[in-house]
Design a protein around this ligand. Sequence first.
Ligand code: 1CP
Length: 339
Amino acid sequence: MRQAGRYLPEYRALRAKAGDFLTLCKTPELACEITLQPLNRFRLDAAILFSDILTIPDAMGLGLHFTEGEGPHFKRRLESAADIKALCVPDPHEKLSYVMDAIRLIKQELAIPSEDKDVRSDKSTLGAPGRYSKAPLIGFSGSPWTLACYMIEGGKSQNFHRIKKWLYTEPAILHHLLNTLAQSVIAYLIAQIEAGVDTVMIFDSWGGILSPDIYQHFSLSYIKTIIEALPKHIPVIVYTKNGGVGLELMAQTGCRVIGIDWTITLQEARRRVPETMILQGNWDPAILLSHPTQIEQEVKKICPLSNHIANLGHGITPDIPVENVEAFVEAIHRYSPSI
Ligand code: 1CP
């Protein structure tokens, strides 16, 4: 969850040099470097592609821009049924080729054994004292529902009233949009897999604002369609913020891993999904606001558990001290059963 970002000084330095967030995403060498920054600092077991879930709506022509401290905005939000019907599924090899180029670069870097990193011929800053050889790479996309929220609201929202009005007054039009987005996510994730990612994560960040039956029909059913269309050897992680209420339904989407936030205990989640389902996450990122001793206590409460991928329950915010992230990762290594 947001391994990279504003809490890291080396990320802030690159962002300042590039000028803005989208330039970082759209320049494969920079996206590669940022993907590897957290792995250079911490003993992480996997890398997550540096990008954003909003690259698909951007490729659809909505004009994404990020304002410092304010998050994402679209120049053109979806206002009418005609706007929705005019949207096309973007060809990921054309409009999103910068993502696939970044993935190929990252995979090359991850394949270089640690001991060879200081004798690289190109003398780039990538991979300096690398600890990350052979770490798998996680690709990702937003869920159709979460992407639709941003496209209809025009950016982040307090109450999601615009999309909820559509949901209850024009459900067929909303389904049309969700279907176009599901087809777009399928093409995008298949392209990421062909470029080399080892697993994919679907972020349904706003699925948790829905009642259970609406969540099933407007979010999970599209996630299920996406998973059915992906190659079977690629494990899929599904994460819904505040998704505790729908855990059993999430387990029926065909995913291999369910990401959970901190509003449900891991023990309860374990009881409610099949034994073979892997659970990921569960620590409140706010524990990282405390200090290493407290962080160690919090880690001990949850580790060790089998069929569990240690992770935060949501992203790291800019106000987190870097040394607390280090303390968290090291405590996880101390208290996890060795693999
Ligand atoms: O470790 C990584 O950095 C991985 C890359 C990554 C991922 C997986 C980023 C970089 N964003 C995301 C996913 C993402 N983006 C989600 C799903 C996860 C979640 O719920 O947080 C969402 C909702 C977004 C949209 C977005 N992008 C927001 C949230 C706005 C809101 O509605 O609250 C923000 C602030 C961004 C910008 C962004 N994306 C990523 C970073 C590092 C940043 C901050 C960039 C900066 O300001 O410099």
